[in-house]
Design a protein around this ligand. Structure first.
Ligand code: DGT
Ligand code: CA
Ligand code: CA
Ligand code: ZN
Length: 580
């Protein structure tokens, strides 16, 4: 039986939740599956190991019943309830439900009325105008679904970095432990830390290649061996993605890692540079070549740094290898030192049980201590966000007293009093200034506006940025990867006003947001706009997602000097007071 890793388990529970929701089950029932999945994704230990010790119920969100389902899953590859649910509702409906603008009710409606049970069938129904005639569907909702389908298809077959990275790291760790293996490193889009990846590429160096290929075929999470040769094996894993493992001789490792890290655009430029210098670079090494292209001499290729050095340039960090200026900077020797995970001293967006998080202030503080932070923040939702029962002034008083008590004991990172305000239609925010001035800092976020014009939404954001109490704009575009388009925004204008008002822009590290994205961050950097990374944690384990935020910032060429969380507390305070 192939082993299910945490991502595979979480995916099955999410599928169960989706099927229950489509079937119209009780909200409490499907949400409990989703919460458990959410918790499992962020859980640092493998559930398969915990199950062997009978410890599954120690994972938050897993009770006795779910533990039994997970044990069944680990033994059988699936669980009875899921199979039952799948036989009631075609799994294709789950995909349809995930399309922006559709949702569970409509997916069911399209199936019942038109037999739409797949993406293709939905596409056809759209083309033939069948959706327009359904009850409750207007031209506007049909247009929305058409647009949603485009968003969905753009990400089809790709997975979030969050789902791929842990699998890649586990496989690399396993292979690295094999006798004869000197290196095992993820390459491709994953090493470039792209927000989504198509497949996982791993490069290993060994003088015993056959043993590596055999070990890959025998990995516990193999669902299927797609192809296996002398230097490359491709497998499908139990949680979905394809993994290509290549094995090269140790002396060729750097060249292979460079080549298979890409991006393709970056590599094309490298080959041009090599050619101009009478050199050739490929996955085997760097060579001096004759006029007619024949190899004269192999110059190197054992390490990636060596490959770049022989081309007369710095090695750009993988995250920025997209031929968007890094080649020129590397040739000039002017690549910036990008923000590193070790530079991070705190998290700027964390919720608590006072609103919609599953973790208390104490639990968040303990996690911040575990992560080695100097400070953390509490940024619960403000009053006007009624769907999560945002905090009233009385509740704020309680929270502040609680923070003061914890800070007084001196037993953990310093807690800053923050809030996540909602930007209203007129650009205003929750609370009066006598309340606002009592926060150490305020994040303001848009939580609506997808049907409005760019002018309206941009205007709202500009008004909020001009508010002296607003320090940070949270998840500025509001996009959710593959599920929700960004808000219509004039980003150039937004960033100009941010520069003018000293407003800090958030990089939301939650792995399906990663908002602002790389291109926006490059623009922010040019304008001198500073950024803050927040995990938007809705349970303390989510604070571990900081690495995704750092990667996102690095992709936007952000340095420690430009990032609020990389500053010591006194500097943080001075940056935050600048706008007041
Ligand atoms: P993905 O998997 O779609 O998220 O994106 P990548 O970049 O990981 O693409 P993939 O897996 O097809 O190939 C990994 C890297 O290997 C790619 O970034 C560049 C390099 N590579 C692979 N095949 C070719 C090729 O035919 N030409 C060039 N120039 N580079 C290639
Ligand atoms: Ca790839
Ligand atoms: Ca690949
Ligand atoms: Zn939030």
């Amino acid at each position: 039986m192939p082993e299910l890793d945490n991502v595979a388990i979480a995916r099955q529970l999410e599928l169960m939740a989706d099927l229950l929701e489509i079937a119209g089950a009780d909200k409490f029932r499907f949400l409990s599956y989703r919460k458990a999945a959410n918790s499992i994704r962020a859980w640092p230990e493998q559930l398969s190991a915990m199950a062997r010790e009978g410890l599954l119920t120690e994972v938050p969100g897993i009770g006795k019943k779910l533990a039994a389902s997970i044990e069944e899953m680990l033994a059988e590859g699936t669980f009875g309830e899921l199979e039952q649910a799948k036989s009631d509702i075609p799994a294709g409906l789950v995909e349809i439900m995930g399309i922006p603008g559709v949702g569970p009710k409509r997916a069911k409606q399209f199936y019942d009325a038109l037999g739409v049970d797949s993406i293709d069938a939905l596409d056809k129904a759209l083309d033939t105008g069948k959706l327009e005639n359904l009850g409750g569907m207007g031209a506007k909702s049909v247009e929305k679904i058409r647009k949603g389908l485009t968003t969905y298809l753009a990400h089809h077959g790709r997975m979030l970095l969050m789902d791929a990275l842990p699998i890649a790291e586990r496989i690399a760790d396993t292979l690295r432990a094999l006798p004869g293996v000197t290196r095992a490193v993820p390459a491709g889009s994953l090493r470039r830390m792209q927000e989504t990846v198509g497949d996982i590429d791993i490069i290993t160096a060994s003088d015993r290649p056959a043993a590596v290929m055999e070990a890959v075929r025998a990995l516990p999470l193999v669902a299927e061996v797609v192809a296996s040769g002398q230097t490359k094996t491709s497998i499908l894993t139990t949680s979905g993605p394809q993994v290509d493992v290549r094995v090269v001789a140790p002396g060729e490792f750097g060249a292979a890692l460079q080549y298979f890290t890409g991006s393709k655009e970056h590599n094309v430029r490298l080959r041009e540079i090599a050619k101009r210098r009478g050199l050739k670079v490929n996955e085997y090494g760097l060579f001096r070549i004759a006029e007619d292209g024949t190899e004269i001499e192999r110059l190197g290729g054992e390490t990636e740094d060596e490959v770049y050095a022989l081309l007369g340039m710095q090695a750009p960090p993988p995250e920025i290898r997209h031929d968007t200026g890094e080649i020129e900077a590397a040739l000039e020797g002017t690549l910036p030192r990008l923000l590193e995970p070790e530079d991070i001293r705190g998290d700027f967006h964390v919720h608590t049980t006072s609103t919609d998080s599953q973790s208390t202030l104490e639990e968040n503080r303990a996690m911040a201590a575990e992560l080695g932070y100097e400070y953390l923040v509490v940024t619960d939702h403000a009053y006007n966000l009624r769907m999560v029962r945002g905090l009233s002034v009385e509740q704020l008083e309680e929270q502040w007293a609680h923070v003061d008590r914890l800070n007084a004991d001196g037993e953990g990172p310093v807690i800053l009093k923050g809030i996540e305000l909602n930007i209203a239609e007129d650009g205003g925010v929750d609370y009066e200034s006598d309340v606002l001035e009592r926060f150490d800092f305020c994040i303001a976020s848009l939580h609506s506006g997808w049907n409005d014009t760019a002018e309206e939404v941009t205007g709202r954001l500009v008004t909020a940025m001009r508010n002296p109490y607003v320090d940070i704009i949270g998840h500025p575009t509001g996009r959710i990867i593959g599920r929700r388009d960004p808000l219509p925004l004039d980003m150039e204008r937004v960033l100009e006003v941010a520069a003018e008002t000293g407003t800090i822009m958030e990089v939301n590290a939650y792995p399906d947001r990663l908002d602002l994205r790389d291109t926006h961050l490059r623009a922010a950097k040019r304008l001198g706009v500073r950024i803050a990374i927040g995990t938007d944690a809705h349970r303390s384990e989510h604070m571990r997602y900081m690495r995704y935020g750092v990667a996102c910032a690095r992709r936007g060429w952000i340095t420690a000097d430009e990032c609020l969380n990389a500053q010591p507390l006194e500097v943080v305070r001075s940056w935050l007071s600048r706008t007041r």
